[in-house]
Design a protein around this ligand. Structure first.
Ligand code: GRF
Length: 205
């Protein structure tokens, strides 16, 4: 029996996706939750679950590079197998990303190459009303570089928009899809990692 994988989750707000991970039966341990916002309710969710929760504030005179380096040191000290960005609303520079190659995973509420950046659901809803799109979507992707919401896709799923939808009903449907897709994608990733490690161990015999 190998030790469970270690996850560090970065958030900036409500943390409903963090909650989905906390509630899931994952072969992993969430060892720390980090928020750049002091009032992120996700920090309360982590505390309620007995998980280390930290408000990691950017210092007044601190450059992006210095913050990202300090954040990377803090996160690396928790020895994560994966760093999950679940509603993390800061662009991470190479100073952070290069410390965790192939191990930073982001959740974004849009299909690949659809609506990168902020307010993606709102923009998809407006596009639907203009007759430009049929659906919204969700994707989980690796974050190899500073590109915004456009790394190698691990999973994606379209989310139907209905004519009677309001932005609120659509957002609720998108979040439901996120909660399921994020957990499912991480389970698959960990299972592949486990089987890969197992195959490597067999080869080493
Ligand atoms: C999610 O839609 C996520 O994809 C986006 O921000 C939202 C965070 O929601 N980046 P929550 O904080 O997990 O509830």
């Amino acid at each position: 029996m190998t030790t469970p994988a270690r996850l560090v989750v970065l958030i900036s707000g409500n943390g409903s996706n963090l909650q989905a991970l906390l509630d899931a039966d994952l072969p992993a341990e969430i060892v720390c939750v980090v928020s750049n916002k002091a009032d992120a309710y996700g920090l309360v969710r982590a505390q309620n679950a007995g998980v280390e929760s930290v408000h990691f504030a950017k210092r007044a005179d601190e450059t992006r590079q210095a913050y990202d380096e300090r954040l990377a040191d803090f996160v690396a000290a928790r020895r994560p197998d994966y760093v999950i960005l679940a509603g993390w609303m800061r662009i991470l520079s190479a100073a952070f990303l290069n410390r965790f190659p192939n191990r930073v995973i982001n959740l974004h509420p849009a299909l690949p190459n659809a609506f990168s950046g902020v307010r993606a659901v709102e923009r998809a809803f407006a596009a639907y009303q203009r007759g430009e799109v049929e659906s919204a979507g969700v994707m989980v992707h690796l974050v190899p570089d500073e590109g915004v919401d456009n790394g190698p896709v691990l999973a994606s799923e379209s989310v139907p928009i209905r004519k009677e939808d309001t932005l609120q009903t659509l957002e609720a449907r998108v979040h439901q899809t996120e909660h399921r897709l994020l957990v499912q994608t991480i389970k698959t990733l960990l299972a592949n990692k486990e089987s890969h490690a197992h195959r490597s161990a067999l080869r080493l015999r």
